[in-house]
Design a protein around this ligand. Structure first.
Ligand code: AP5
Ligand code: MG
Length: 191
């Protein structure tokens, strides 16, 4: 099993690159953001609990996202590998993920941070607000709040993986295909 953490600020292209990774390598993709939006759409108790947090650009509680991932790992334990997109987002989540993967006799192989200039990302998210109507893209104040939370709560996770010698960066500012070439090179240098 080969497991990747796809990391980076809001709107950097994690979901776009995850789709390309699934197509190329057949890994199973987990986006905690998508899982949470699905709970909200279905109006589940969990969805109702997190809706206001997500729409305000704040993080959902660690326990909620850890449970979502834990269930999925159990359901898909025969997969060739996992792509974690938008998870872990706190050091507590990173520690939990290591423990959960250890139960399945595996671990994280690569953590990659996509790098794109903030003004480029903001333009992409404002465009997506029009095409997809995601609540947390609708307002520049909420987008900025997501960036702030990334800086404060999520960036420290980089140190966690740096200490394990798993941290890498990939330039994500060109086309999705060019970014994906960088990702493929990184994976090839690792296996
Ligand atoms: P989440 O869904 O993870 O949102 P995010 O991190 O803000 O990232 P996005 O999904 O907006 O962007 P992305 O990096 O996937 O980029 P994409 O490929 O879509 O989380 C949402 C919320 O849920 C969080 O704010 C939090 O509240 C909660 N949450 C989620 N996980 C959590 C956790 N673990 N703990 C606690 N709370 C959690 O690209 C963006 C746009 O750019 C798209 O329109 C795309 O088409 C375009 N694009 C991509 N690449 C390119 C390119 N190279 N050139 C031009 N356009 C591009
Ligand atoms: Mg995404």
């Amino acid at each position: 099993m080969y497991n990747i953490v796809l990391f980076g600020p809001p709107g950097v292209g994690k979901g776009t690159q995850a789709a390309l990774l699934v197509e190329r390598y057949g890994f199973k993709h987990f986006s905690t953001g998508e899982l949470l939006r699905d709970e909200i759409k279905r109006g589940t108790p969990l969805g109702k609990e997190v809706q206001h947090l997500i729409n305000a650009g704040s993080l959902a509680p660690d326990a909620v996202v850890i449970d979502l991932i834990s269930e999925r790992l159990e359901q898909h334990k025969e997969s060739k590998g996992f792509i974690f997109d938008g998870f872990p987002r706190t050091t507590a989540q990173a520690e939990s993920l290591d423990r959960m993967l250890a139960v399945h006799n595996t671990g994280i192989h690569i953590m990659m941070v996509l790098n794109v200039a903030e003004e480029v990302i903001i333009r992409r998210l404002q465009k997506r607000a029009v095409t997809e109507g995601r609540g947390d893209d609708a307002d520049i104040g909420i987008i900025r709040k997501r960036f702030e939370n990334y800086e404060k709560q999520t960036k420290p996770v980089i140190d966690y993986y740096r200490a394990q010698h798993k941290f890498h960066t990939v330039h994500g500012g060109d086309t999705p295909e060019e970014t994906f070439l960088g990702i493929q090179k990184l994976i090839a240098s690792y296996v």
